[in-house]
Design a protein around this ligand. Structure first.
Ligand SMILES: [Zn+2]
Length: 434
């Protein structure tokens, strides 16, 4: 099989670039490039019935992947389960709560999706060395897939990266470097090294194929729900590639007639100590500002400035009707579980908030940062949790006349979900949405 991909398109200016050559970002404006497909040919080539006979891996959606399909770099990417969570849903007062457990993928996180497709494409383009910064799990995932493909992987991490991730990435054979500062500083070093040495830069959204792997999360969600989309998707957000990927996935499935026009509401959740998307959304800006001194225990979402954080114009390939929807939807969105600005303020401004049912909620990703507590972090985590809860309490006091008492012993994850849901479904939020 040959790829159905036709070209790469700049997400800022829509300039086209050939898909059969190494490309990084738009040469005109630095915008991330998106893979475009011959969707009519895809529609004529595969049906949902035929899909059912294929192995349950992310490669089952190969017509909507940029790879040739001949020599995939795979470590066994099984479809992840969409678990019903009735007891947690009842405790949080969220009917129909589902959790997509991405922790079952190779290397333990959804980063494997992006690495599987990204490294496969890098191998097809005869890349010998690739480099990327990471603050969390991406480095280990790319190192593992790079080892499988025989590609040298260079990973640059902030010195604050959890030790287990540094060791895991090294164990897969990557060259690991630690730098002072945040992932932004690591990214600057990678960019410079790639420019000097001619390495392939695999930083988030600085190559076009990681997002293609991440979007299979959206394909799986739709298929597991009988080719329907969830009402609400709540998602922990650092660089935001998973969110953009799912959005792209649903767009492509609609284009080939596998989904109706319904769109889910996306809720991007960031930590109080690093919430540039939330701040930009609340302030109504077109693009986020770098977050000074980013701090959060969840290392994977400690991203002070995302590359794909801007409003874009509609794709030339879309119909006029779909273009209107797209331009309305490609706005920044976000909520923070514990920021001073409430999640509802952010979520209610989302175009998806208007006229949406709020009866069901899906959580597509297992929260990250829970499994690797660095030495001495438990005490500081407890302090931060208390601080976060205090932030939540302040937010509630400012937005509700009957604030719930907050106990420092409450599970912060549980409180976070409860608060998100209460703000999504509160009457105040509904009024603001209509
Ligand atoms: Zn451009």
């Amino acid at each position: 099989m040959t790829s159905f991909a036709t070209h790469l398109e700049c997400s800022r200016c829509q300039e086209d670039f050939p898909v059969d050559q190494i490309q990084q970002v738009c040469k005109s404006d630095g915008g991330p490039l998106l893979v475009r497909y011959d969707l009519r040919r895809v529609r004529d080539s595969i049906t949902t019935e035929a899909l059912r006979t294929r192995p349950e891996t992310l490669w089952r959606y190969r017509e909507l992947l940029p790879t040739s399909g001949e020599d995939s770099v795979s470590l066994g990417e099984a479809m992840t389960p969409l678990n019903v969570a009735p007891r947690l849903g009842a405790a949080l007062d969220i009917p129909g709560l589902l959790i997509k457990d991405e922790g079952l993928l190779p290397t333990g996180t959804f980063k494997a999706r992006g690495a599987a497709v990204g490294v496969t494409r890098a191998a097809e383009l005869a890349v010998k060395t690739l480099a990327l910064p990471t603050a969390g799990n991406a480095g280990a995932a790319w190192a593992a897939y790079g080892a499988r493909a025989g590609i040298r992987v260079v990973v640059v991490m902030p010195v604050t990266t959890p030790d287990v991730i540094i060791r895991e990435t090294s164990a897969y054979g990557a060259d690991v470097y630690l730098v002072a500062g945040s992932i932004a500083d690591a990214g600057a070093m990678v960019k410079k090294a790639c420019a000097v040495r001619g390495w392939y830069e695999a930083s988030t959204l600085r190559e076009p194929y990681r997002i293609e792997g991440k979007k299979t999360m959206g394909f799986e969600l739709a298929e597991q729900l009988g080719w329907r989309v969830p009402d609400v998707i709540v998602y922990p957000t650092g660089g935001g590639v998973g969110l953009i990927g799912m959005w792209k996935a649903f767009d492509e499935l609609r284009a080939i007639g596998w989904l109706d026009q319904k769109r889910p509401r996306f809720v991007a959740v960031q930590a109080e100590g690093c919430a540039p998307i939330v701040r930009a959304f609340v302030d109504g800006r077109n693009e986020s500002e770098p977050w000074p001194d980013p701090r959060t225990f969840a290392a994977g979402i400690r991203v002070p400035k995302a590359l794909g954080d801007f409003k874009t114009s509609p794709s030339r390939g879309l119909t006029r009707a779909r273009s209107r929807q797209a331009s309305a939807s490609r706005r920044l969105l976000g909520t923070s579980s514990c920021s001073k600005r409430s999640a509802s303020q952010a979520a209610s401004r989302s175009p998806w908030a208007k006229g949406r049912s709020r009866s069901r909620c899906r959580l597509p990703a297992r929260p990250r940062g829970c499994s690797y507590a660095p030495k001495g972090a438990r005490r500081s985590r407890a302090r931060r949790s208390s601080a976060a809860m205090a932030g939540s309490a302040r937010a509630r006091r400012s937005s509700s006349s009957t604030p719930a008492p907050v106990s420092s012993t409450r599970n912060p994850f549980k409180a976070t979900l409860r608060e998100i849901w209460s703000r999504i479904s509160s009457p105040m939020n509904r009024r603001r949405c209509t």
